[in-house]
Design a protein around this ligand. Structure first.
Ligand code: SF4
Length: 422
């Protein structure tokens, strides 16, 4: 690590953060990064010189342990401690991610309305131009290079870069798997299939495209382009999302090829952040069709793999109303398979999505409890159930009460699913 003082800026390059993701109650940083401290703000940048975090240092900042994070899609997320709200109980995390775009959050709090947060973002927008005019001639080469990288990555450049990322993978990602919270949503996206199988009526994230695995050449080209896109900052990633809405449906061979090629090309073995992790969404049919062959192929990969299955409901009438063409027998078989895989594979964790909404029938909740309680002989910590709020307004209190009821009865961990895009 190297420090330098330039006028009222304290600059540090090659700072070392944690080398493993952890759930903590303070602003933790991972991998290697560079930072600039002004009297009012702490700005932290990735190895490419792109802004990643901002934290206010004055008494006006909403809370000393809160911060702003910029994603690779150039979205700002405010990490709120959430007040005395039982955030960990609801999300499994100590922070509430507040998004600058519409999602399915049941919280009304919008930090982007706060003048202090707006001022922090304005201060960052001005910073690259200010750095360009600073007399850094006497600074050590490492410091000068870091400042030049930061000055190059101003707001328009970051906008252009997020568009390049989307061009490489074929478009923005409307939703990341809920399990990506374990790596703070810092995943390298690699698309191995487009579209989905069911086209459910309630779904606000579907693309409307027919399910279609990508060609191997397309996947290898993405890997090459992503390697170039992330550049030296690639070493700060330990996780890959094999998208899109039903990556699992691409089958064992394509998953194996994509995950292995990504592991090698992205240098995950030597990443600054340990424990390579793979994330996929899957459907009930892809899980059942793939069966043991698919699971064994995934189990041989050099990753800890999370597979998130969209069940939505185990009640036939609710599924009909949602226009999800699935029979209850399949839901039950897939749920049982999830329980078996979670017991028998140390490096695979299957999690499940169900809907939470005040207009859903009592049978939806009864059937969910039947699966999550009556089928299990004891409580298990592996294989969470995520409840995704549907029609989140305006009865948040009732929705929360319903959540608490299910969580108390379930023998699997239960959390809320907050939709985040990339
Ligand atoms: S819920 Fe899943 S399967 Fe249904 S339309 Fe949305 S993405 Fe497709």
């Amino acid at each position: 690590m190297q420090f330098y003082k330039l006028r009222n800026l304290d600059i540090a390059v090659d700072k070392e953060g944690a080398d493993r993701h952890a759930k903590v109650t303070y602003p933790i940083r991972y991998g290697r990064f560079c930072e600039i401290r002004t009297p009012e703000y702490l700005f932290q940048f990735n190895l490419n010189g792109e802004i990643k975090y901002i934290r206010g240092l004055s008494g006006n900042w909403p809370h000393p342990a809160e911060w702003l994070k910029r994603t690779d899609a150039n979205d700002w997320v405010f990490y709120s401690v959430g007040g005395y709200n039982g955030i960990y109980y609801l999300l499994g995390e100590y922070y509430l991610p507040c998004l600058a775009y519409r999602s399915n959050s049941i919280w009304q709090y919008d930090p982007f309305d706060d003048a202090n947060v707006q001022q922090a973002l304005a201060a960052w927008t001005q910073l690259p131009a200010d750095l360009g005019s600073l007399p850094a001639n006497g600074a050590p080469a490492k410091i000068k290079n870091a400042l030049a990288r930061i000055a190059r990555h101003d707001q328009p450049t970051l906008n252009t870069r997020s568009k390049s990322l989307h061009r490489i993978i074929g478009g923005p990602i409307s939703v990341l798997p809920p399990d990506t919270r374990h790596v703070d949503y810092d995943v390298i996206p690699l698309m191995i299939a487009d579209g989905c199988r069911y086209h459910c009526r309630f779904c606000c994230i579907k693309t409307g495209r027919r399910f279609q695995p990508r060609a191997t050449d397309n996947i290898l080209q993405q890997i090459q382009d992503l390697q170039r896109f992330y550049g030296v900052n690639l070493r700060n990633y330990n996780a890959v999302f094999l998208g899109n809405h039903d990556g699992l449906g691409a089958g064992p061979e394509l998953i194996r090829r994509a995950a292995t090629a990504a592991y090698i090309a992205f240098g995950l073995e030597t990443s600054y952040v340990k424990s390579p992790t793979l994330f996929l969404f899957g459907s009930v049919d892809s899980l059942l069709d793939g069966g043991p062959t698919l699971i064994e192929a995934i189990g041989r990969l050099p990753y800890y793999t999370y597979i998130n299955i969209g069940f939505e409901s185990a009640d036939a009438a609710t599924l009909r109303r949602l226009n999800k063409p699935l029979e209850i027998a399949k839901i039950e078989d897939a749920f049982q398979m999830m329980l078996d895989v979670n017991r028998n594979y140390h490096n695979i964790e299957i999690t499940a999505n169900f809907l939470l909404g005040d207009r859903l029938a009592p049978d939806h909740y009864r059937s969910l409890i039947e699966l999550a309680r009556n089928r299990l002989d004891r409580t298990y910590s592996k294989g969470a159930l995520y409840l995704s709020p549907l029609e989140t307004n305006p009865k948040n209190r009732e929705l929360r009460a319903k959540f608490v009821e299910i969580k108390n009865l379930s023998r699997l961990p239960v959390y809320l699913y907050l939709i985040q895009r990339l």
